[in-house]
Design a protein around this ligand. Structure first.
Ligand SMILES: NC(=O)c1ccc[n+]([C@@H]2O[C@H](COP(=O)([O-])OP(=O)(O)OC[C@H]3O[C@@H](n4cnc5c(N)ncnc54)[C@H](O)[C@@H]3O)[C@@H](O)[C@H]2O)c1
Length: 645
């Protein structure tokens, strides 16, 4: 056989063959053109001398397979190029699926996209039960489709409902869930994985069969299932913004999961997907995310203990999130009674998220009520999240500094106070940094790491390493009113409320923003944030001499503060706004709404609040949900110069 660079084939005397994927010169396995071609050479060799069974595994500690090679993918410029890439994997995996000898994928660590499709082309799958094992078909998040057999085989293996959920959301399975759904035949601990793979591969066990109902849903009932799923997709993504989920449904329901079978002139064809700017922009968003993930990587700071002061809306949720991510957390407030609601909220959230009583107990054990603030002494990171009062914060930090470990990160979660004004209360003001979370903490991926005038560079780096440790995306920003995210959101929301003052219905204003691609209309967003907070933010951030929206002030005066009081611009029933049908959106309304946001982003850039346009885009997308298919506000301005200043 020709010399292989990326795969290693070893045969045991008893006939079992082990094929190890170990991409040359890289720490993760990606399925580049060369790697897929070599897999073909291996299959040629195994055809000449068939093994008793074949186990495919990874030679990397990082995981099984991260998917196709995104670098290669970004270089594709034509529909023909995109079709050729799909064809390559589709053909290869069909070939693998057709071999006569039993095949097994031994999955440990990440298993994404083309890696999952390779596993699906095997007869059996063993998932190794450890925290890093994540199995997904995340193509939709890049605006593309699982074209290497995922749309054909995943529904056959786990049934269409679960398969469509995975393919349309990009959500990952852990090893236990993979077993429960039938994706994995076995879920085993690492120490027995090789043995389990050997035994199953040579067992002669027939592949698992789907229950009858699932087979019907994958056969004659496909049209019905696809129509139901489409309704759900339409609630989340408009086809003009995100064609890929609609293409996945059409390809599965009408073309046997074969992306290449859809005629080129259909909006769900590979040609249409390749031509859509969404794909390019979502790949950009992927790279932006990778860039944020890189912050703090060069630090060896490995925090284990977080101390949070203030168990309110933010502090309570920050503490719960960090405990969920494996840290020991002490949570301080003025009394046990003030901490109790946060622990209760955390318990409910853990239950929902972990679905395993033992894990819930372990996680709750890590979240320790600490009314006396004992934890400050041991903590690696201390986050202050008490109410927004400068004197109270100054006093607190003067006390914290005296007893905290010399190397501990000292951070404030303040949204509107000047970091510099708090920092001067410390003996060493350089120690203070901002770690600014967004509400709701569990849902918002971004955290701004704020550099004050005197903040120490090493402390900032440690703060970013901490943010990564709890699986959030750190955005380095300079201390300035509203930092980046609130500074761009406030004028956008104010403009929306001014439209309401002019007589445009809130529903119409919100619809204009949704049609632009925002996740939530600005009026509903204001109600959600709280109208009292909107007034305060407006005063601080709307700019010199800006007149506050009239209706906003009237509502606040009447005690209608939005969702939390059941009434704001909308009235709320069980947390849901009662909305009238929006009707026609006047031309230019969306542009009018977005204009102040775009201006504010440019202002922040000019003032150096964020270092460059890429980081501005990343911050605004992950901090506000700004239409990801546009690639971010700065990218949008570049692609729509007519909207420019
Ligand atoms: N609410 C938001 O959406 C949001 C978002 C980002 C940042 N922030 C910032 O987070 C901080 C907290 O905001 P919140 O909305 O969670 O407030 P909150 O009013 O819900 O909670 C504040 C808590 O701090 C406690 N507290 C006050 N003084 C204390 C002290 N000296 N020692 C211990 N505990 C004390 C209070 O008892 C209360 O439980 C503020 O600085 C705010 O600017 C808020």
């Amino acid at each position: 056989m020709q010399e292989l660079q990326h795969w290693r084939l070893e045969r045991e005397p008893a006939g079992l063959a082990w094929l190890t994927f170990d991409k040359a010169g890289e720490s993760t396995n990606t399925l580049s053109e060369a790697a897929v071609r070599e897999l073909g050479l291996v299959l040629d060799e195994l055809e000449r001398e068939p093994p008793k069974a074949l186990v495919i595994r990874s030679g990397k500690n990082a995981g099984f397979i991260a998917g196709a090679d995104i670098e290669e993918f970004t270089k594709i410029e034509s529909a023909e190029g995109a079709r050729a890439l799909v064809q390559r994997g589709w053909d290869m995996y069909n070939r693998l699926a057709a071999v006569k000898y039993p095949t097994l994928a031994l999955i440990r660590g990440h298993c994404m996209g083309g890696g999952t499709e390779l596993a699906l082309a095997c007869r059996y799958r063993v998932a190794v039960d450890e925290p890093g094992t994540r199995i997904a078909l995340p193509e939709v998040m890049l605006g593309i489709v699982p074209g290497w057999g995922g749309m054909l085989r995943l529904p056959q293996v786990i049934g269409p409902a679960a398969a469509l959920d995975m393919m349309l959301s990009g959500r990952a399975l852990d090893a236990k869930r993979a077993k429960r759904l039938g994706f994995a035949d076995e879920c085993v601990p690492p120490r027995v994985m090789d043995n389990a793979a050997r035994m199953l591969a040579t067992s002669g066990r027939p592949p698992r069969k789907l229950p009858l109902m699932q087979r019907l849903m994958n056969g004659p009932l496909k049209g019905f299932v696809a129509a139901q799923a489409k309704k759900q997709v339409m609630k989340r993504a408009r086809p003009e913004h995100y064609p890929a989920p609609y293409a996945i449904l059409d390809m599965w329901a009408n073309y046997g999961g074969d992306a290449l079978a859809v005629p080129a002139d259909k909006p769900t064809s590979m040609n249409a997907i390749a031509a859509s700017p969404t794909t390019k922009n979502l790949v950009r968003v992927y790279y932006l995310q990778e860039r944020l993930k890189g912050f703090g990587k060069d630090s060896d700071f490995a925090p284990k203990h977080l101390h949070v002061i203030g168990a309110g809306v933010m502090g309570g949720d920050i503490a719960a999130w960090a405990a969920l991510r494996g840290l020991t957390v002490t949570l301080q407030d003025q009394s046990v009674e003030r901490i109790a609601p946060a622990i209760q909220r955390a318990a409910a959230a853990f239950k929902k998220k972990l679905r395993d009583d033992t894990q819930v107990r372990f996680t709750l054990d890590r979240l320790i009520p600490d009314p006396a603030g004992q934890g400050v002494r041991q903590a690696d990171v201390v986050i202050e999240a008490i109410f927004e009062n400068l004197e109270a914060k100054r006093k607190l930090f003067a006390d914290i500094e005296r007893i905290a470990k010399p190397g501990a990160v000292l951070a404030t979660n303040t949204s509107s106070l000047k970091l510099e004004d708090i920092a001067t209360a410390l003996q060493n003001p350089a120690r203070l940094v901002g770690i600014h979370f967004f509400n709701p903490v569990a849902k918002m991926p971004l955290v701004e790491v704020v550099e004050g005038a005197s903040s120490d560079a090493a402390a900032l780096k440690q703060a970013m390493a901490f943010v990564r440790k709890i699986d959030k995306l750190p955005l380095p920003v300079k201390s300035a009113p509203g930092f980046l995210v609130n500074a761009v959101l406030a004028p956008y929301m104010q403009e929306a409320m001014r439209c309401v003052d002019e007589g445009i219905a809130p529903e119409v204003v919100d619809e204009a923003a949704l049609a632009f691609g925002m996740p939530l209309g600005p009026i509903e967003l204001a109600d959600t944030v709280g109208l009292d907070i909107a007034v305060a933010a407006g005063k601080e951030l709307a700019g010199e001499g800006a007149v506050p929206p009239k209706k906003l002030l009237e509502l606040v005066e009447a005690g209608h503060l939005g969702r939390k009081t059941g009434c704001g611009f909308y009235t709320y029933n069980q947390g849901k706004p009662a909305k009238q049908a929006a009707g026609a959106v006047p031309a230019g309304l969306a542009e009018r709404l977005v204009r102040p946001l775009l201006d504010a982003v440019q202002r922040c850039l000019a003032q150096g609040v964020v270092a460059d346009a890429e980081l501005a885009d990343a911050g605004v997308i992950f901090g506000t949900g700004f239409a990801p298919f546009t690639g971010g506000p700065m990218n949008y301005l570049k692609e729509h110069p007519q909207v420019g200043p």
